[in-house]
Design a protein around this ligand. Sequence first.
Ligand SMILES: [Zn+2]
Length: 262
Amino acid sequence: MEKNHHEIQHLTAADFRRDPFEKVILPIGSLESHGDHLPFGTDSLTAYLLALEVAQRVPNTAVLPPLPYGMSEAYKEFPLTVSLRPETETAIIGDILESLHREGIKKVFILNGHDGNIASIEMASRTVKAAHPGMKIVSLDAWWNTLGQLLPPDFFEVWNGLGHGGEGELSIGLALFPELCEPGLARGVVPRLPPYVDVKWMFSELTDCGATGDPTKATKEKGVRIKEALVDAIVGVITSLDESGWDFRSPEVKGVDSRNRR
Ligand SMILES: [Zn+2]
């Protein structure tokens, strides 16, 4: 196996002494059906491989092993689902963040690959942040929802590319791990969901095949563009955070603060 200096799993204590990093990316995934066309580990693989590409382009950044399980209760009617309870996942993410704080790593980018994890990420991050205000924690909770801002309006053919195992997710899979994808078996259903509100569904209420959206419209070319847009966007965010010292106050606000202190 070839050593990747951005993968913390590969590093030795000597590596870390010689070349310490101050920022980490924590990829979080799931183990659940993504239809017949994508692997059970799609969400972990996607988050991890994106994170590795980002880490190559920003200094002093390394990637934690991906959390390969998530909160997948809504998907459990489709095999093969191995799920964490929300409180378990919140505790795991919280323990990881606490460990990073103890190790002196105070800047964390959480790259999430699965919708069911969002609430646990929020609970754990807010709890650790309140306990350690010096920690800087940012998360990309739903990369699939950012694509509308990153790609042309007509980029996707169906449902803005959305869906669990849909046009966007199979496309990025074809770009990142084509050997594991079966585009010939692609099938999905576009559900009738109301606007503005968040329906608390079991996945079987939306689809009979373990996938939503229209993966038959997925292509590797789309996936490469999605991947590049996401990596560029995340690199841009981390670079600008580094330039500002991860200080979120604008200079004007800082001025007001210092006046107030006098
Ligand atoms: Zn997924």
